[in-house]
Design a protein around this ligand. Structure first.
Ligand SMILES: [Zn+2]
Length: 113
């Protein structure tokens, strides 16, 4: 089982939907669905706060409260994702194994396992 292109050895491969079969998808845990946007919002809020500290007279109280709330959401989602991680790994592994057709994004080479 290889997870890179047999032609150019690139790891940039993507699954190809098998004809007549619905494309198998790994089960993405809900915590991950929350975690990723929460981290993006947190980064955005931190950036706004930092730029307000540099260019203004400090971040506003509302902004500080919002940052603390989003940070707490990140922590909770992070803990939940940590607990979901073993299941997610198994789901990803079975997805990788059930997927027979792959395509390389570097050289457009297609192959079957
Ligand atoms: Zn390739």
């Amino acid at each position: 089982m290889q997870y890179c292109c047999p032609k150019c050895q690139s790891p940039k491969i993507m699954p190809v939907a098998q004809t007549g079969q619905p494309a198998p998808r790994p089960v993405v845990p809900k915590s991950l669905v929350f975690l990723i946007p929460a981290i993006f919002i947190l980064l955005l809020l931190v950036l706004i706060s930092v730029s307000m500290w540099i260019f203004g007279d400090g971040a506003g109280q509302n902004l500080q409260i919002a940052t603390v709330i989003v940070f707490s959401i990140c922590v909770v989602a992070g803990i939940l994702f940590w607990r979901d991680l073993p299941d997610f790994k198994i789901s990803m592994q079975s997805f990788m194994q059930s997927q027979k057709k792959w395509k390389c994004r570097e050289c457009d080479h297609e192959w079957e396992i």
